[in-house]
Unconditional design. Structure first.
Length: 242
């Protein structure tokens, strides 16, 4: 599989081991909005800040990552921590949690999940429902938009919002997705999903701009279509090679 994107993701380095020229992944990120919908069997599955007594300086953000036909709910903990011995100086700490156990250990490091406080049982049940999210609407986005991955912003959903925000073909390294799927498995799954699940049906001809099309055909801004210096032997060396 060949990846066409000026940005880099954590699984792009696997291309060095070999590429399948018949499979090309044009990773173009795009934000779309879809009509409001309900999740399967649940009206409200997202964790509530007041149930965990989360302070204001802690930014909890919820996402659902769709990757190759499967959903991966994730909670983002973004907080400011004061530096020891430096008054008024803070460092930002960012963590991504993909299981309810990891969230519980972060909130209550001294307690095990078996020793849940009575006032937190409802919160932990809601947390388990969030990490067990199922949605036919989100799973249908893979074939509808012909993408192997997307991100659903849960916090964008509000009572007053009539739409949901979806990011198609995002950079997964921004969500520490390597904790769940390592680079080699991610590359292989995307290759299999594009060539197998999405490859069985007729794919529409993509329309790209002139710069991207030139890059696909090997154009370089510095050397044009010519080979870079040092890749070809000069005339003197050619005579010696003969």
């Amino acid at each position: 599989m060949r990846i066409i994107d000026r940005r880099k993701d954590y699984y792009d380095g696997v291309q060095r081991n070999g590429q399948d020229p018949t499979c090309v992944f044009v990773r173009k990120t795009e934000d779309i909005e879809i009509p409001k919908f309900k999740f399967d069997g649940e009206d409200s599955i997202f964790p509530i800040r007041r149930e965990w007594n989360i302070p204001r300086h802690v930014g909890m953000h919820n996402y659902i990552i769709g990757f190759c036909g499967k959903l991966y709910p994730v909670m983002h903990d973004n907080r400011s921590v004061s530096r020891p011995g430096e008054y008024g100086m803070y460092d930002t700490i960012s963590h991504f949690y993909y299981t309810s156990e990891s969230v519980f250990k972060s909130m209550y490091p001294r307690l095990a999940k078996k020793e849940i406080p009575a006032d937190k049982k409802h919160a932990i049940n809601r947390l388990d429902r969030f990490f067990g999210t199922e949605s036919k609407v989100l799973c249908s986005l893979f074939e509808e938009h012909r993408v192997p991955c997307f991100v659903y912003d849960c916090d964008y959903m509000d009572y007053w919002n009539k739409t949901h925000k979806i990011t198609l073909n995002p950079l997964l390294n921004q969500f520490d997705f390597q904790k769940v799927v390592d680079p080699y498995q991610a590359f292989q799954k995307i290759h299999a999903f594009l060539s197998g699940v999405l490859g069985d049906k007729e794919m529409p001809m993509p329309v790209h701009d002139d710069e991207l099309m030139a890059e696909i055909h090997g154009f370089d801004r510095k050397t044009s279509f010519r080979a870079p210096k040092g890749s070809k032997p000069n005339r003197k060396n050619r005579k010696n090679l003969r």
